[in-house]
Design a protein around this ligand. Structure first.
Ligand code: FES
Length: 80
């Protein structure tokens, strides 16, 4: 069974994404390269969410790891 994710930050990270580029969102909360995966999920049973940016711009990427719209912030941090 997978570990529960830990909140890396109670709020989103504002990051620049580039259209068409692939990213790996850290789902476990342990990465030191938030909000992206650095491989520290190994052994947790959790895996990063890989996604391709649909457009270029600044986006709110989930930091609390409780979003239902990964990798994007859905406001779930307000309930923690
Ligand atoms: S380090 Fe968190 S999912 Fe990879």
């Amino acid at each position: 069974m997978a570990d529960d994710p830990v909140a890396a930050q109670i709020g989103p990270y504002q990051v620049e994404l580039e259209e068409g580029r692939m990213y790996a969102w850290c789902a476990c909360g342990l990465s030191e390269r938030q909000p992206f995966c650095d491989g520290k999920h190994k052994g947790t049973g959790l895996e990063p969410t890989r996604f391709k940016a649909d457009s270029s711009g600044t986006f709110n990427i989930c930091g609390c790891k409780d979003t239902d719209e990964a990798p994007f912030c859905d406001g779930s941090h307000n309930m923690l």
